[in-house]
Design a protein around this ligand. Structure first.
Ligand SMILES: NCc1[nH]cc(CCC(=O)O)c1CC(=O)O
Length: 372
């Protein structure tokens, strides 16, 4: 497998480069190994973005793969790339067309056969993947909730304690629009960059933010869970918040119909997380009509096979919202897909289209905050 130094050594390359010295090096190792074992191991090429969180998540996948296939029949090579989205930190997110910005270059590598799998935060995957690309695996979900991280020098813990005019850092309209409804006296400001950058902006002595709202999952995976001062979910006293579709789950993208890779990934699939992810993505796909919108969800299992899903669509300024929830038996991905579609219809019947049309008219595309 590729070591950290090897990954770092790829960092100066602008994008996916098929002819890396790493490939040559690994084919030598492969030869040496196959000489011993008599069978050449298959190399699985893993694509990922290069942010710290993306690298940690890729490492989790790598560990899970090695555990699932202890017999040395596979070798793994990680190809870390900075995507266009990572490089273009200056242009406001909503000026970009779509979420696919984050993944386009990796998908090109997948389709050209230079990569076999791409590790993503499921949340960052567009609901419509490019032709011939598909989700091969959704792994067990980490805590899907959003969380408040208070500036280190402040003694507050929760949003409710913040004085009027305090600045909450988030680039996600889903988050700001929902929180604004409950805390109209707070101010909201974009905060860009990866999780580490955002935290240093928060803690800077002359920094303008009192707190950030981030996905708990990312913080926990980066060993920063200790910074969380409040978890936000539908039950949070004083201001519930529904999380992003797919938040906290890892999605592995593959070439459609790649049975070999599906076999490799099968042991990593988490059944319940797959059903929840499928239902949430179906809801989003039904509502968005080609454009991302501030949709929050919360999916819980009331008992084995019984899914409760809450969803909210919020106007950009947080003044209007439509909420719905559904409870049903969900045993297969087909059930999950239909369930998400039904809940989307419920939202539309309650008037979600008015909010969605206004957003589409605005031609604003709401991204989930960028830079994992
Ligand atoms: N938008 C970037 C992004 N994509 C995935 C995560 C966190 C991990 C996850 O949700 O799975 C984050 C950071 C955040 O929103 O705080």
């Amino acid at each position: 497998m590729a070591t950290h130094e090897q990954l770092e050594s790829t960092s100066s390359r602008p994008a996916l480069d098929p002819t890396t010295s790493k490939d040559v090096a690994s084919s030598t190792t492969q030869k040496a190994k196959s000489a011993q074992a008599g069978v050449a191991p298959t190399t699985i090429h893993i694509g990922t973005r290069k942010s710290a969180l993306a690298m940690i998540q890729t490492d989790m996948v790598l560990k899970a793969l090695k555990k699932a296939h202890p017999a040395d029949q596979y070798e793994y090579e990680v190809h870390a790339m900075s995507t266009m989205g990572d490089k273009n930190q200056i242009t406001a997110l909503h000026n970009f067309g779509a979420k696919s910005l984050w993944t386009h270059e990796l998908e090109a590598g997948l389709l050209e056969g230079r990569l076999d799998i791409i590790v993503h935060s499921l949340k960052d995957m567009p609901t419509q993947l490019p032709p011939k690309c598909t989700i091969g695996c959704i792994m067990e979900r980490e805590d899907p909730r959003d969380a408040v991280v208070m500036k280190a020098s402040l003694n507050y813990k929760s949003l409710a304690e913040l004085p009027a005019g305090s600045v909450v850092g988030t680039s996600s309209v889903r988050r700001s629009a929902q929180v604004k409804r409950k805390y109209p006296h707070l101010k909201f400001k974009d905060v860009r960059g990866n999780v580490g950058t955002r935290l240093s902006k928060l803690d800077a002595e002359d920094g303008e933010y009192a707190c950030l709202i981030l996905a708990a999952a990312g913080l926990i995976r980066m060993d920063l869970g200790g910074r969380i001062t409040q978890y936000l979910d539908s039950k949070t006293t004083g201001g519930g918040l529904l999380h992003a579709v797919g938040q906290g789950a890892l999605g592995i993208e593959i070439r459609e119909g790649d049975e070999k890779i599906l076999d490799v990934l099968r042991p990593l699939v988490d059944h319940d997380s797959t059903l929840a992810g499928t239902a949430e993505r179906s809801l989003m796909r039904t509502l968005e009509g080609g454009c991302s919108v501030p949709i929050g969800v919360e999916t819980t299992w009331i008992e084995k096979g019984k899914m409760l899903m809450k969803a909210i669509v919020v106007s950009l300024d947080g003044t209007e919202s439509v909420e719905a929830e559904r409870l049903d038996e969900i045993l297969t991905t087909k059930d999950a897909d239909e369930f998400g579609w039904r809940l989307a219809q419920d939202l539309v019947e309650k008037g979600a289209s008015k909010i969605l049309d206004a957003i589409n008219l605005n031609r604003q595309v709401i991204a989930e905050g960028g830079g994992a």
